[in-house]
Design a protein. Structure first.
Length: 367
Protein backbone atom coordinates (compact mmCIF):
# COMPACT_ATOMS: atom_id res chain seq x y z
CA UNK A 1 0.00 0.00 0.00
CA UNK A 2 2.83 2.41 0.76
CA UNK A 3 4.01 2.33 -2.86
CA UNK A 4 0.60 3.40 -4.18
CA UNK A 5 0.65 6.71 -2.24
CA UNK A 6 -3.09 7.03 -2.83
CA UNK A 7 -3.65 10.19 -0.81
CA UNK A 8 -0.96 12.27 -2.50
CA UNK A 9 -1.32 10.98 -6.06
CA UNK A 10 -5.09 10.55 -6.30
CA UNK A 11 -6.59 12.11 -3.17
CA UNK A 12 -8.23 8.78 -2.33
CA UNK A 13 -8.68 6.91 0.93
CA UNK A 14 -8.99 3.15 0.90
CA UNK A 15 -11.72 2.10 3.29
CA UNK A 16 -11.43 -1.64 3.21
CA UNK A 17 -9.53 -4.56 1.76
CA UNK A 18 -11.91 -7.49 1.46
CA UNK A 19 -11.06 -11.09 0.75
CA UNK A 20 -13.84 -13.52 -0.20
CA UNK A 21 -13.24 -17.27 -0.19
CA UNK A 22 -15.85 -19.56 -1.71
CA UNK A 23 -16.72 -22.64 0.32
CA UNK A 24 -19.07 -25.59 0.02
CA UNK A 25 -21.69 -23.65 1.96
CA UNK A 26 -21.63 -20.05 0.79
CA UNK A 27 -18.48 -18.03 1.30
CA UNK A 28 -16.16 -16.67 3.96
CA UNK A 29 -15.59 -12.90 4.06
CA UNK A 30 -12.66 -11.16 5.73
CA UNK A 31 -12.72 -7.39 6.09
CA UNK A 32 -9.46 -5.61 6.89
CA UNK A 33 -8.37 -2.03 7.27
CA UNK A 34 -5.76 -0.74 4.83
CA UNK A 35 -2.34 -0.04 6.38
CA UNK A 36 0.92 1.13 4.85
CA UNK A 37 2.32 -2.41 4.99
CA UNK A 38 -0.86 -4.09 3.72
CA UNK A 39 -0.21 -6.42 0.80
CA UNK A 40 -2.84 -6.55 -1.95
CA UNK A 41 -3.38 -9.97 -3.49
CA UNK A 42 -5.15 -11.09 -6.64
CA UNK A 43 -8.90 -11.32 -6.08
CA UNK A 44 -8.97 -8.77 -3.24
CA UNK A 45 -11.83 -6.28 -3.32
CA UNK A 46 -10.83 -2.69 -2.56
CA UNK A 47 -13.27 -0.02 -1.38
CA UNK A 48 -12.22 3.60 -2.01
CA UNK A 49 -13.46 6.93 -0.72
CA UNK A 50 -12.92 10.08 -2.75
CA UNK A 51 -13.40 11.64 -6.18
CA UNK A 52 -14.99 9.38 -8.80
CA UNK A 53 -12.69 10.56 -11.60
CA UNK A 54 -9.64 9.85 -9.46
CA UNK A 55 -10.95 6.32 -8.86
CA UNK A 56 -11.40 5.77 -12.58
CA UNK A 57 -7.87 7.03 -13.22
CA UNK A 58 -6.45 4.67 -10.60
CA UNK A 59 -8.44 1.75 -12.01
CA UNK A 60 -7.16 2.46 -15.52
CA UNK A 61 -3.51 2.76 -14.47
CA UNK A 62 -3.50 -0.39 -12.33
CA UNK A 63 -5.95 -2.45 -14.45
CA UNK A 64 -8.58 -2.70 -11.72
CA UNK A 65 -12.11 -3.92 -12.44
CA UNK A 66 -15.04 -1.90 -11.17
CA UNK A 67 -17.62 -3.98 -9.31
CA UNK A 68 -21.33 -3.29 -9.06
CA UNK A 69 -22.26 -2.92 -5.40
CA UNK A 70 -25.04 -1.36 -3.35
CA UNK A 71 -22.58 -0.04 -0.76
CA UNK A 72 -20.44 -1.13 2.14
CA UNK A 73 -21.31 -4.12 4.30
CA UNK A 74 -20.43 -3.60 7.95
CA UNK A 75 -19.73 -7.19 8.97
CA UNK A 76 -16.47 -6.66 10.87
CA UNK A 77 -15.83 -2.99 10.11
CA UNK A 78 -18.14 -0.22 11.24
CA UNK A 79 -18.50 3.55 10.91
CA UNK A 80 -19.30 5.89 13.78
CA UNK A 81 -19.13 9.56 14.77
CA UNK A 82 -17.13 10.90 17.71
CA UNK A 83 -17.30 14.43 19.15
CA UNK A 84 -14.16 16.05 20.56
CA UNK A 85 -14.73 17.28 24.14
CA UNK A 86 -13.52 20.67 25.47
CA UNK A 87 -11.09 18.90 27.82
CA UNK A 88 -9.73 16.55 25.14
CA UNK A 89 -5.98 16.15 24.70
CA UNK A 90 -6.62 16.07 20.94
CA UNK A 91 -7.46 19.78 20.70
CA UNK A 92 -4.78 21.49 18.61
CA UNK A 93 -3.37 18.14 17.47
CA UNK A 94 -3.07 17.18 13.81
CA UNK A 95 -4.97 14.07 12.73
CA UNK A 96 -1.67 12.42 11.80
CA UNK A 97 -0.39 13.00 15.38
CA UNK A 98 -3.61 12.06 17.22
CA UNK A 99 -2.61 8.35 17.46
CA UNK A 100 -6.19 7.32 16.67
CA UNK A 101 -4.88 5.00 13.99
CA UNK A 102 -2.09 3.57 16.13
CA UNK A 103 -4.09 3.11 19.36
CA UNK A 104 -7.54 2.24 18.00
CA UNK A 105 -6.90 1.15 14.40
CA UNK A 106 -9.49 3.60 13.04
CA UNK A 107 -9.37 5.83 9.99
CA UNK A 108 -10.78 9.37 10.03
CA UNK A 109 -12.95 9.78 6.92
CA UNK A 110 -14.12 13.33 7.51
CA UNK A 111 -14.55 16.21 9.94
CA UNK A 112 -17.69 18.23 10.55
CA UNK A 113 -16.82 21.62 11.99
CA UNK A 114 -19.82 23.84 12.65
CA UNK A 115 -21.67 23.66 9.32
CA UNK A 116 -18.61 22.84 7.23
CA UNK A 117 -17.45 19.41 6.09
CA UNK A 118 -13.73 18.72 5.70
CA UNK A 119 -12.87 15.73 3.51
CA UNK A 120 -9.53 16.56 1.91
CA UNK A 121 -6.02 16.60 3.37
CA UNK A 122 -7.39 15.46 6.71
CA UNK A 123 -4.04 14.42 8.17
CA UNK A 124 -2.82 18.04 8.36
CA UNK A 125 -5.93 19.48 10.02
CA UNK A 126 -5.72 20.41 13.69
CA UNK A 127 -8.65 19.29 15.82
CA UNK A 128 -10.83 21.82 17.60
CA UNK A 129 -13.36 21.70 20.41
CA UNK A 130 -16.69 20.31 19.16
CA UNK A 131 -15.33 18.73 15.99
CA UNK A 132 -17.29 15.67 14.89
CA UNK A 133 -15.10 12.98 13.35
CA UNK A 134 -16.42 10.26 11.07
CA UNK A 135 -14.25 7.24 11.83
CA UNK A 136 -14.11 3.71 10.46
CA UNK A 137 -12.63 0.65 12.12
CA UNK A 138 -13.33 -2.70 13.71
CA UNK A 139 -16.51 -2.75 15.75
CA UNK A 140 -14.65 -3.86 18.87
CA UNK A 141 -12.23 -0.94 18.52
CA UNK A 142 -15.09 1.54 18.16
CA UNK A 143 -16.69 0.08 21.30
CA UNK A 144 -13.33 0.43 23.07
CA UNK A 145 -13.34 4.13 22.12
CA UNK A 146 -16.86 4.38 23.52
CA UNK A 147 -15.61 3.11 26.89
CA UNK A 148 -12.54 5.38 26.99
CA UNK A 149 -14.49 8.62 26.69
CA UNK A 150 -12.39 11.20 28.54
CA UNK A 151 -11.36 12.82 25.23
CA UNK A 152 -14.43 12.26 23.07
CA UNK A 153 -18.02 11.07 22.99
CA UNK A 154 -19.07 8.34 20.56
CA UNK A 155 -22.47 9.20 19.14
CA UNK A 156 -25.08 6.44 19.17
CA UNK A 157 -24.51 3.00 20.63
CA UNK A 158 -21.92 1.01 18.68
CA UNK A 159 -22.87 -2.27 20.35
CA UNK A 160 -26.51 -1.84 19.29
CA UNK A 161 -25.49 -0.85 15.77
CA UNK A 162 -23.27 -3.92 15.49
CA UNK A 163 -26.12 -6.19 16.61
CA UNK A 164 -28.30 -4.86 13.77
CA UNK A 165 -25.76 -5.94 11.14
CA UNK A 166 -26.76 -9.36 9.81
CA UNK A 167 -24.08 -11.78 8.70
CA UNK A 168 -26.07 -12.72 5.60
CA UNK A 169 -23.17 -14.53 3.95
CA UNK A 170 -23.45 -17.12 6.74
CA UNK A 171 -27.08 -17.90 5.82
CA UNK A 172 -26.27 -21.20 4.00
CA UNK A 173 -24.28 -22.44 7.01
CA UNK A 174 -27.07 -21.53 9.43
CA UNK A 175 -29.67 -23.20 7.19
CA UNK A 176 -27.60 -26.41 7.00
CA UNK A 177 -27.21 -26.52 10.78
CA UNK A 178 -30.93 -25.99 11.30
CA UNK A 179 -31.74 -28.74 8.78
CA UNK A 180 -29.43 -31.18 10.57
CA UNK A 181 -31.07 -30.26 13.88
CA UNK A 182 -34.54 -30.97 12.48
CA UNK A 183 -33.41 -34.30 11.03
CA UNK A 184 -31.90 -35.31 14.38
CA UNK A 185 -35.14 -34.40 16.17
CA UNK A 186 -37.52 -36.06 13.68
CA UNK A 187 -35.89 -39.41 12.94
CA UNK A 188 -35.75 -41.91 15.76
CA UNK A 189 -32.80 -43.90 14.37
CA UNK A 190 -30.49 -40.99 15.31
CA UNK A 191 -29.63 -41.58 19.01
CA UNK A 192 -29.87 -37.90 20.02
CA UNK A 193 -32.59 -36.40 22.17
CA UNK A 194 -34.27 -33.19 20.94
CA UNK A 195 -32.73 -31.16 23.77
CA UNK A 196 -29.23 -32.36 22.89
CA UNK A 197 -29.88 -31.68 19.18
CA UNK A 198 -30.90 -28.09 19.92
CA UNK A 199 -27.88 -27.58 22.21
CA UNK A 200 -25.46 -28.95 19.59
CA UNK A 201 -27.05 -26.76 16.90
CA UNK A 202 -26.62 -23.69 19.12
CA UNK A 203 -22.94 -24.45 19.67
CA UNK A 204 -22.38 -25.05 15.96
CA UNK A 205 -23.97 -21.68 15.19
CA UNK A 206 -21.42 -19.98 17.45
CA UNK A 207 -18.37 -22.00 16.34
CA UNK A 208 -19.20 -21.61 12.62
CA UNK A 209 -19.31 -17.82 12.92
CA UNK A 210 -23.06 -17.34 12.48
CA UNK A 211 -22.81 -15.27 15.66
CA UNK A 212 -20.02 -12.77 16.21
CA UNK A 213 -19.27 -14.17 19.66
CA UNK A 214 -20.80 -16.02 22.59
CA UNK A 215 -22.21 -12.77 24.02
CA UNK A 216 -24.14 -12.11 20.82
CA UNK A 217 -25.67 -15.59 21.01
CA UNK A 218 -26.43 -15.13 24.70
CA UNK A 219 -28.34 -11.91 24.03
CA UNK A 220 -30.72 -13.69 21.65
CA UNK A 221 -32.09 -15.87 24.45
CA UNK A 222 -35.67 -14.93 25.28
CA UNK A 223 -35.51 -15.18 29.06
CA UNK A 224 -39.18 -14.20 29.45
CA UNK A 225 -40.28 -17.33 27.58
CA UNK A 226 -37.88 -19.53 29.54
CA UNK A 227 -39.07 -18.12 32.88
CA UNK A 228 -42.70 -18.45 31.77
CA UNK A 229 -42.31 -22.12 30.79
CA UNK A 230 -40.22 -22.89 33.89
CA UNK A 231 -42.83 -21.26 36.14
CA UNK A 232 -45.78 -22.99 34.49
CA UNK A 233 -44.25 -26.46 34.73
CA UNK A 234 -44.57 -26.61 38.55
CA UNK A 235 -48.10 -25.24 38.24
CA UNK A 236 -48.99 -28.01 35.80
CA UNK A 237 -47.49 -30.60 38.14
CA UNK A 238 -49.37 -29.08 41.10
CA UNK A 239 -52.67 -29.29 39.21
CA UNK A 240 -51.98 -32.94 38.49
CA UNK A 241 -50.83 -33.85 42.02
CA UNK A 242 -53.66 -32.03 43.77
CA UNK A 243 -56.28 -33.69 41.58
CA UNK A 244 -57.46 -30.54 39.78
CA UNK A 245 -56.56 -32.02 36.39
CA UNK A 246 -58.44 -35.16 37.32
CA UNK A 247 -61.53 -33.18 38.35
CA UNK A 248 -61.54 -31.10 35.16
CA UNK A 249 -60.98 -34.16 32.96
CA UNK A 250 -63.75 -36.08 34.80
CA UNK A 251 -66.16 -33.19 34.20
CA UNK A 252 -65.26 -33.15 30.52
CA UNK A 253 -65.62 -36.93 30.29
CA UNK A 254 -68.93 -36.97 32.17
CA UNK A 255 -70.40 -34.23 29.99
CA UNK A 256 -68.92 -35.16 26.63
CA UNK A 257 -67.49 -38.67 26.97
CA UNK A 258 -70.91 -40.33 26.72
CA UNK A 259 -71.44 -38.72 23.32
CA UNK A 260 -68.21 -40.19 22.00
CA UNK A 261 -64.48 -39.52 21.67
CA UNK A 262 -65.07 -36.99 18.89
CA UNK A 263 -67.17 -34.81 21.19
CA UNK A 264 -64.54 -35.10 23.95
CA UNK A 265 -61.79 -34.24 21.48
CA UNK A 266 -63.74 -31.15 20.37
CA UNK A 267 -64.24 -30.19 24.01
CA UNK A 268 -60.50 -30.42 24.71
CA UNK A 269 -59.69 -28.42 21.57
CA UNK A 270 -62.15 -25.59 22.19
CA UNK A 271 -61.35 -25.40 25.91
CA UNK A 272 -57.70 -24.93 25.02
CA UNK A 273 -58.61 -22.44 22.29
CA UNK A 274 -60.74 -20.44 24.74
CA UNK A 275 -58.03 -20.35 27.42
CA UNK A 276 -55.37 -19.17 25.01
CA UNK A 277 -57.42 -16.05 24.27
CA UNK A 278 -56.66 -14.77 27.78
CA UNK A 279 -53.30 -16.32 28.73
CA UNK A 280 -50.24 -17.15 26.64
CA UNK A 281 -50.37 -20.16 24.34
CA UNK A 282 -47.30 -21.67 26.04
CA UNK A 283 -48.92 -21.53 29.48
CA UNK A 284 -52.18 -22.89 28.08
CA UNK A 285 -50.45 -25.89 26.49
CA UNK A 286 -48.59 -26.69 29.71
CA UNK A 287 -51.81 -26.53 31.77
CA UNK A 288 -54.07 -28.42 29.37
CA UNK A 289 -51.69 -31.24 28.40
CA UNK A 290 -52.16 -33.32 31.60
CA UNK A 291 -55.94 -32.74 31.46
CA UNK A 292 -56.13 -34.02 27.88
CA UNK A 293 -53.96 -37.03 28.70
CA UNK A 294 -56.10 -37.93 31.73
CA UNK A 295 -59.36 -37.53 29.75
CA UNK A 296 -58.13 -39.89 27.03
CA UNK A 297 -57.12 -42.49 29.61
CA UNK A 298 -60.53 -42.36 31.30
CA UNK A 299 -62.40 -43.28 28.12
CA UNK A 300 -59.74 -45.80 27.11
CA UNK A 301 -58.46 -44.26 23.86
CA UNK A 302 -55.03 -43.28 22.58
CA UNK A 303 -53.97 -39.87 23.93
CA UNK A 304 -52.07 -38.80 20.78
CA UNK A 305 -54.95 -37.04 19.06
CA UNK A 306 -55.95 -35.35 22.35
CA UNK A 307 -52.41 -34.07 22.96
CA UNK A 308 -52.22 -32.74 19.42
CA UNK A 309 -55.60 -31.06 19.95
CA UNK A 310 -54.01 -29.15 22.85
CA UNK A 311 -51.01 -28.22 20.70
CA UNK A 312 -53.13 -26.97 17.81
CA UNK A 313 -55.72 -25.32 20.03
CA UNK A 314 -53.01 -23.35 21.81
CA UNK A 315 -51.36 -22.41 18.52
CA UNK A 316 -54.49 -21.39 16.59
CA UNK A 317 -55.02 -18.25 18.63
CA UNK A 318 -56.45 -15.65 16.27
CA UNK A 319 -59.24 -14.11 18.34
CA UNK A 320 -57.09 -12.18 20.83
CA UNK A 321 -54.04 -9.91 20.58
CA UNK A 322 -52.71 -11.06 23.95
CA UNK A 323 -52.27 -14.78 23.37
CA UNK A 324 -49.01 -14.61 21.44
CA UNK A 325 -46.39 -11.87 20.81
CA UNK A 326 -46.86 -11.74 16.99
CA UNK A 327 -50.53 -10.86 17.45
CA UNK A 328 -49.57 -7.95 19.70
CA UNK A 329 -46.93 -6.73 17.24
CA UNK A 330 -49.41 -6.77 14.35
CA UNK A 331 -51.98 -4.96 16.48
CA UNK A 332 -49.66 -2.01 17.04
CA UNK A 333 -48.36 -1.85 13.47
CA UNK A 334 -51.80 -2.15 11.85
CA UNK A 335 -53.63 -0.07 14.46
CA UNK A 336 -56.16 -2.84 15.03
CA UNK A 337 -58.59 -2.97 17.93
CA UNK A 338 -59.46 -5.94 20.12
CA UNK A 339 -62.77 -6.39 18.30
CA UNK A 340 -60.97 -6.61 14.94
CA UNK A 341 -59.33 -9.79 16.18
CA UNK A 342 -62.67 -11.13 17.41
CA UNK A 343 -64.49 -10.41 14.13
CA UNK A 344 -61.84 -12.05 11.96
CA UNK A 345 -60.12 -14.50 14.28
CA UNK A 346 -63.05 -16.08 16.14
CA UNK A 347 -64.83 -17.52 13.04
CA UNK A 348 -61.49 -18.74 11.72
CA UNK A 349 -60.70 -20.33 15.07
CA UNK A 350 -64.07 -22.13 15.13
CA UNK A 351 -63.73 -23.39 11.54
CA UNK A 352 -60.24 -24.76 12.18
CA UNK A 353 -61.45 -26.40 15.40
CA UNK A 354 -64.26 -28.22 13.60
CA UNK A 355 -61.90 -29.38 10.84
CA UNK A 356 -59.25 -30.58 13.30
CA UNK A 357 -61.84 -32.54 15.28
CA UNK A 358 -62.32 -34.83 12.29
CA UNK A 359 -58.81 -34.69 10.80
CA UNK A 360 -56.80 -35.53 13.94
CA UNK A 361 -58.41 -38.98 14.47
CA UNK A 362 -57.53 -39.84 10.87
CA UNK A 363 -53.87 -39.06 11.52
CA UNK A 364 -53.82 -40.43 15.08
CA UNK A 365 -56.58 -43.06 15.47
CA UNK A 366 -58.34 -43.44 18.83
CA UNK A 367 -57.68 -47.20 18.92
Amino acid sequence: MRELDLQNKYGLTILEVRNETKKALGKDIRQNMAWADTLISQGDILYFYGDKEAMEKLAKEYHLTKMETDGLDFYDLGISEIVVLPTSRLIGTRIRDSRLRQDYSVTVLGIRRDKNYIKEELSDHRLQNGDTLLVQGKWKKIMQMNQENENWVVLGKPDKQMEKVSLDYKAPVAAAIMLLMIVAMVFDFIPISPVVAVAIAGLLMVFSGCFRNVDAAYKTINWESIVLIAAMMPMSTALEKTGVSQIVSENLVSSLGAIGPYALLAGIYFTTSLMTMFISNTATAVLMAPIAFSAAQQIGVSPYSFMFAVTLGASMCFASPFSTPPNALVMKAGRYTFMDYVYVGLPLQIIIGIVMTFVLPLLFPFA
